[in-house]
Design a protein around this ligand. Structure first.
Ligand SMILES: Cc1cc2nc3c(=O)[nH]c(=O)nc-3n(C[C@H](O)[C@H](O)[C@H](O)COP(=O)(O)OP(=O)(O)OC[C@H]3O[C@@H](n4cnc5c(N)ncnc54)[C@H](O)[C@@H]3O)c2cc1C
Ligand code: SF4
Ligand code: SF4
Length: 1021
């Protein structure tokens, strides 16, 4: 279909929920599998024409009808955590992303059922169920990213399947949008027409499934010397009817690789303890606590004939806690060739032994036992991985070994796990002959045009044919695969197209599992894959392979990450994600001089001149300091502890430092203050990638603290805390600067004083319910969670209630980078967090950070949210009877300045500004060009002929014109931005620096916007 019409129609239907951006389309055109180079040509171009995100069933209906009429293929997509090619749009067309269909429609606690929209992720659903005393009966190990609809469409077994079987058998009904746009409810045997059908028969909009009462679980881990023993163990457990809920296992090779896998890191140090696994088959059993006795009493009897031994509780818990991290070992590849089969439990030993005998590569395996499989007999899902490197030709040969695993499984009565794109030729075995016949008949009747997910399950394309042919010559393929020398372990060697070697390795180490996607604020603030870590890693691969290049959109995408660090904790491969983006910032901006966010240039200019990012005067920096404390705690007082206010608190939210020093003073802390020698902590420059400015600032701050004789810096701003505690020491070491300073948050100091009995809050008789927002820069960065809570709890009358995401799982407020780059997105992120706060029933949300408070107040104003945000220091100091100024008017005033500044510092903003000053701009042209242009303007058509010259001329002329037009430019900027006087006074000095840094980057985008207005002006004047 004509692509213009497609765009117009889809835009009308989905507005901002459709993307035609090439990058986005590419990111929605693949799944987790890395397809070998030799296979790719058989699949062809899989970049869809558009990606849409419907949010209602009615929208799905409209879309399907439209697609039918226009013969456009639709490919449904849940979490894209599958690897069988089901989500790959082989006929291009439209990818239907279910991200925005994730509502829970009904939880029935009496019947133990739940009805949900198809796009809800398992983890999210489970969290909601737990609040009602329920939990899932089973879930895939991709629980943090896979959707309910995706699992039904894909079909599968998972954690809990030992007790309750395959997922399909736990579904009561599903609502499906059919190819003709009608909506049909499937239940009973008819579920066979949509389960494992991968969306070829309809788009699943809603699913009703069985759930179970929430009960505490116990886990044990058992080591078995060989696979036959493990098989016997599982058979004994079944035979003796042990009330086990989940039975999963790994092979010794997996245990060995897990022992070698990199640990979670924090500032380049391990952030977790290594739990060493024995080199044996390790079975992990999970069972309800109430069944613990029944299991444990008979476990010995079950284990004895199998020479099995009970492993330590630490191992059991570690294996259970990490049950979703099955791709951790991928970092050792950095790729993994997967092969998944279902085999009868009775032949598990034979299958695994033959695989080991035939494949001379390390095959790591993981298994899930299903007590009553499809035929009623016990079966095992075996997932095998062979470490490899997708960048090498040999990956193609290793990939072929997956066929050996399939063949061995089939020999012993097994089958491949799923059909998807590659194994359509084996559909009869996988889904069963009868069901396949029914499915084919049904498909031909309901979707004769083949609109829904073409090329999958029943009708494979060229690639499915290729797999069949390769299967026929499997011994030959195996020979090639076995010849490859496989190296296991992380070994980044050299940069690739300028991407540092470690980051290049991580990009391939990312399994694309998607665990990081939904919880990344940059993703949920926008809803598009390019903004998630998963999308960024994929883009980096594309870049390194020469299919993408840096543009401002991608530079901004790296820069805009809020540095919240939540992704580091969620990553199934424990990749240092946020530190990787941080490293890239320095490379892109500081080294390669690409453009940072324009407002950072204004901040940098102000920082260099006055030591703060708010364009305030240094001489006013200490205005907030309570005069009666000046002698006791001011700069002339020498003390080991120095309070560091930071610039946002010093100039905007002055109640925060006032409250903090009042608290410290009242708690009997001997402290000093560097006064006007203090500078911005430098965080904005670090995250802006302006590292030279950051280093200068850091040096000044260290010198200022040394000057007052302190060795401990106490802050009330988590970003400042992060600098003093984590960043400065590391940079100081790198730069050979003597440091020796410790960073602390005031809440820690006050909590210590309370604990030691030196201080307590008075009872004001007031009762208030509050919740606490854990700022990322003090929470995940420095693990300060208890001190602020201790402080709140020690205030009589204050009741602390927790938000759903708290402590290390707390969501970010959405400041500062998003606020600067895209204020509407920041408001979405802020709203998500404030909604959580509102859900707690608290009257106030306590912030630990001036920037979080700023962002929440701006968000509340924009989104009309009623909850009040108060800084913890202020909240606490007020109970001591101090009256503090209300900083909210200043916050809103400063935000108005910033918002106008942000709007101005865009190509559109500058173009609009230039349109107000054509006479001055033309007159400022050097070499008499202004006069010449005016004369040419009078010759009809002449300026149009000159148009192609403008992009060349303008960048050369502008630097020469700038000094001349600066006065009028400042006047016009002043009219657009509601600046306070002190800022207006400094603009003649700040603005030229900003323009010098920005214009070389921006002029290319500004010229096309100003060309026609300038021609019009010249013609008319
Ligand atoms: C770390 C990891 C662990 C895994 N563990 C398991 C496991 O234990 N058990 C298991 O079975 N699988 C597992 N998988 C594979 C995969 O996660 C599951 O198949 C999962 O259920 C897929 O869900 P999804 O939302 O990601 O679906 P997707 O991958 O997005 O889609 C899967 C298929 O369903 C179709 N589809 C998606 N949504 C709809 C819809 N609403 N209507 C119609 N069709 C739709 C797609 O077109 C595609 O064909 C694992 C994967 C990973 C990465
Ligand atoms: S640090 Fe936060 S914002 Fe940045 S990529 Fe990770 S989760 Fe997203
Ligand atoms: S970054 Fe980590 S969590 Fe995200 S997709 Fe990659 S491996 Fe999964």
């Amino acid at each position: 279909m004509n692509s213009e019409k497609l765009q117009v129609d889809l835009q009308k239907m989905f507005d901002t929920r459709v993307s035609f951006r090439k990058l986005e389309r590419k990111l929605y055109g693949h799944d987790i599998a890395a397809i070998p180079g030799l296979v790719k040509p058989f699949i062809g171009n899989t970049v869809p024409d558009a990606v849409v995100q419907p949010q209602t069933e009615a929208e799905l209906t409209e879309l399907v009808k439209w697609a039918g009429k226009n013969k456009v293929a639709l490919t449904p997509r849940g979490g894209a955590s599958s690897g069988y090619g089901g989500v790959i749009p082989v006929k291009r067309g439209i990818v239907v992303d279910f991200y925005r269909m994730r509502a829970i429609k009904k939880i029935d606690a009496t019947q133990n059922t739940v009805t949900v929209e198809a796009g809800i992720v398992w983890e999210e659903l489970d969290r909601a169920l737990m609040k009602q005393g329920l939990t899932l009966r089973l879930y895939p190990s991709s629980y943090p990213s896979a959707t309910v609809g995706g699992w039904l469409a894909q079909g599968g077994a998972g954690i809990g399947s030992f007790e309750v079987g395959w997922f399909r058998d736990n579904v009561l009904s599903a609502r499906v949008v059919m190819p003709d746009g009608s909506v049909r409810e499937f239940n009973g045997d008819d579920l066979d027409l949509i389960s494992s059908a991968e969306g070829i028969t309809g788009l699943i909009s809603e699913v009703t499934l069985r759930v179970q009462p929430l009960e505490e679980m116990d886990v044990v881990a058992i080591g078995c010397p060989d696979i036959y023993d493990l098989q016997r163990m599982a058979e004994n457990i079944i035979e003796k009817k042990l009330p086990v809920w989940s039975l999963i296992f790994i092979n010794p090779r997996m245990a060995e690789l897990k022992n070698k896998a990199p640990l979670l890191e924090h500032f380049e140090h391990p952030a977790e303890e290594r739990v060493l696994l024995p080199a044996s088959y390790i079975m992990t059993l999970a069972f309800r606590k109430k069944d613990s006795k029944a299991v444990m009493d008979r476990l010995d009897e079950v284990m004895k004939p199998c020479q099995a031994e009970l492993l330590s509780q630490r191992i059991a818990e570690h294996e259970w806690e990490n049950r979703f991290k099955i791709m951790l070992v991928k970092r050792l590849g950095p790729s993994l060739v997967p092969a998944e089969v279902v085999v009868p439990l009775a032949r598990l030993g034979d299958v695994m032994t033959e695989i080991e005998n035939k494949i001379e590569q390390p095959v790591v395996k993981e298994g899930i036992v299903v007590r009553a499989g499809v035929s009623g007999e016990p079966e095992v899902v075996v997932l095998g991985f062979i470490p490899s490197d997708q960048r090498r030709l040999s990956y193609n040969f290793i990939f072929g070994l997956a066929l050996t695993i399939m063949k061995v499984a089939e020999k012993y009565g097994g089958r491949p796990y799923s059909t998807g794109l590659y194994f359509a030729g084996k559909a009869k075995k996988i889904i069963g002959g009868d069901i396949l016949l029914r499915l084919k008949d049904f498909k031909s009747r309901i979707d004769p045009k083949g609109i829904l997910n073409p090329g999958k399950v029943i009708k494979g394309g060229a690639v499915s044919g290729l797999v069949s042919i390769a299967g026929a010559v499997e011994p030959l393929v195996r020979l090639l695969g076995n010849r490859v020398v496989t190296r296991v372990g992380e070994r980044p060697t050299k940069p690739v197209r300028g991407i540092p070697a470690d980051i290049a390795w991580y990009a391939y180490g990312c399994s694309q599992c998607g665990y990081c996607v939904n919880e990344c604020d940059q993703f949920y603030g926008r809803g598009w894959e390019s903004q998630s870590p998963r999308g960024k890693w994929y883009w980096l691969r594309e870049y390194m392979e020469g299919r993408e290049d840096w543009d401002q959109f991608m530079v901004d995408t790296i820069l805009v990450c809020t540095t919240c660090e939540l992704c580091n904790l969620r990553c199934s491969a424990s990749l240092p994600i946020e530190p990787s983006w941080m490293k890239l910032r320095g490379q892109l901006i500081n080294d390669e001089k690409k453009m940072t966010f324009p407002p950072f240039e204004m901040m940098a200019a102000s920082l260099t001149k006055e030591g703060d990012i708010w364009a305030a005067y240094r001489k006013n920096r200490t205005d907030w300091f309570p005069r009666e404390l000046w002698e006791k705690h001011g700069p002339s007082h020498k003390a080991k502890v120095a309070y560091f206010a930071g610039c946002t608190a010093s100039h905007v939210e002055t109640d925060i430092p006032m409250a903090a020093v009042r608290l410290l003073d009242a708690a009997g802390v001997d402290f000093t203050y560097a006064g006007s020698q203090e500078n911005c902590c430098g965080t904005p420059m670090l995250v802006a990638g302006k590292w030279d400015t950051f280093i200068e600032t850091m040096k000044k701050n260290i010198a200022a603290i040394k000057e007052v004789g302190a060795d401990t810096v106490v802050t009330s701003c988590p970003a400042c805390d992060m600098m003093w505690r984590q960043i400065y020491p590391r940079w100081a070491e790198r730069l050979g600067i003597d440091y020796g300073i410790t960073g602390k948050h005031y809440s820690e100091v006050i909590a210590e004083q309370i604990k030691s009995g030196k201080f307590k809050f008075p009872d004001t008789g007031q009762k208030v319910r509050v919740t606490l927002h854990d700022s990322c820069h003090i929470g995940r960065v420095s693990s300060v969670y208890d001190a602020p809570r201790d402080l709140v709890r020690s205030i009589p009358g204050a009741e602390l209630v927790e938000m759903e995401h708290n402590r290390e799982w707390a969501h970010c407020c959405g400041s500062v980078l998003t606020l600067i780059k895209e204020p509407p997105v920041a408001a979405e992120i802020g709203k998500a967090r404030l909604d959580e706060a509102i859900d707690t029933g608290a009257e106030k949300v306590l912030a630990l950070c001036p920037c979080c408070q700023f962002q929440f107040r701006v968000t509340a104003e924009k989104k009309g949210l009623s909850i009040e945000t108060v800084d913890l220091a202020r909240f606490a100091a007020e109970t001591l009877g101090y009256e503090l100024p209300d900083s909210n008017p200043e916050v809103q005033k400063q935000w108005a300045v910033f918002e106008a500044m942000i709007a101005l510092m865009t190509p559109e903003g500058f173009a609009a500004l230039m349109s107000t000053m054509w006479p001055e701009l033309v007159d400022a042209m050097p070499f008499g060009m202004g006069k010449m242009m005016r004369a040419i303007g009078k010759i009809p058509g002449a300026l149009n002929l000159m148009k192609p010259l403008f992009p060349v001329l303008f960048p050369r002329l502008l630097p020469m014109m700038m000094p001349k037009v600066m006065p009028v430019m400042l006047e016009r900027v002043g009219e657009r931005i509601p600046m306070p006087d002190y800022m207006r006074e400094q603009m003649p000095e700040l603005m030229p620096r900003v323009m010098d840094n920005l214009m070389p980057h921006m002029i290319g985008d500004v010229v096309p916007l100003v060309t026609d207005p300038m021609i019009k002006y010249l013609r008319e004047n």
